[in-house]
Structure formats: structure tokens, C-alpha cells
Design a protein around this ligand. Structure first.
Ligand code: 5GP
Length: 153
């Protein structure tokens, strides 16, 4: 699969654009999905100011060459979100399965309203975020990820 590399500058511009629209929504809580959603979630929480930041970790279980049908929650949301306006933040909605599990969990915990914000989405996702900036069918490499060196042979 082709790769597209995003720079810190592009990602920061994207987060500021998301913050602009999310300001009108006036969320009580931001929930960042580990790991990819954490950097955008932290940055958004600083830009927006009066908002609580919470974390959830979701993993696809991997056996030998295996992916589970559904991702599972490995770090649950701490504290109370009942009756709150929540923004769920992730880096990218790809299959959308991670977001499906998180949305279900946030609903179960009694959130009053839920919006999804991602930096990027893939055209085939089952969960189109309420707000996103980039749309691509390529594999995205974020600036906090590895940039592998190619060694000349
Ligand atoms: P899902 O398939 O459940 O929507 O995506 C699960 C997770 O896989 C995302 O939160 C993200 O961390 C990772 N992922 C999916 N597609 C990409 C991609 O193109 N680039 C990177 N860096 N991570 C991805």
C-alpha cells in the first residue's frame, strides 16, 4: 500500500481547524483513543481550554497472523461521563471498528451527546467522523511515528 507522510506542521494546522469547529460544540469531555488519538486529543484540550481529557485504549487482539473480529477495550474510560457532551478523538478512521467499539462504550456510560473528530478517514470506513481533515486511501504515516531509513546495499 502506498504511504503518505504528514508533517507536524500539517497535523497542527489540522488540529487547529478541528478546534475551530469544536469550539461551537462546547464539549465537556475529550476522549482520546490510545495511541494514535492521544497527541491530537491533548493538543485539542489545550486549544479548547475548559474541557476534561480522558483516555481509552482499544486493541485488535492479534494471535498468530490473526485479528479478532472486534477490537477490545484494554484501558477503560476513567470517571463519570454521564450526561456529558463528549468528543471522541482518533488519528484515523480506517475500518471504523475501533470507533464503533468506543462509541458503543461511551453510549453505555451515559454520555448525553457524542461527536467524532479524526485527523483523517479512509473512503471505505464504516464510521465517517463528524469532523475530519484528510481523506485518503493510502497508509498514513504521522509525524510521531517511525520514518524508516533505507540503507543503500
Ligand atoms: P480502524 O481500522 O479500527 O478504523 O483503525 C484502528 C487504528 O489503526 C487507528 O486508530 C490507527 O491507530 C490505526 N490505523 C489505521 N489506518 C492507519 C493508517 O493509515 N496509518 C496509521 N498510522 N495508523 C492507522
Amino acid at each position: 500500500m502506498d504511504k503518505v507522510y504528514l508533517t507536524w506542521w500539517q497535523v497542527d494546522r489540522a488540529i487547529f481547524s478541528l478546534a475551530d469547529v469544536l469550539r461551537d460544540y462546547k464539549p465537556d469531555v475529550i476522549i482520546g483513543i490510545a495511541r494514535g488519538g492521544l497527541i491530537p486529543a491533548v493538543r485539542l484540550s489545550h486549544i479548547l481550554g475548559e474541557v476534561e481529557l480522558k483516555v481509552i485504549d482499544v486493541k485488535f487482539y492479534k494471535g498468530i497472523d490473526e485479528r479478532a473480529e472486534r477490537p477490545t477495550i484494554t484501558i477503560p474510560i476513567h470517571g463519570d461521563i454521564e450526561g456529558k457532551k463528549v468528543i471522541i478523538v482518533d488519528d484515523v478512521s480506517d475500518t471504523g471498528k475501533t470507533l464503533q467499539v468506543v462509541i458503543e462504550e461511551v453510549k453505555k456510560r451515559g454520555a448525553k451527546d457524542i461527536k467524532i473528530a479524526c485527523l483523517a478517514m479512509k473512503p471505505w470506513t464504516s464510521v465517517v467522523p463528524d469532523f475530519y481533515v484528510f481523506r485518503t486511501d493510502k497508509w498514513i504515516v504521522f509525524p510521531w511515528e517511525e520514518f524508516p531509513v533505507v540503507a543503500r546495499e
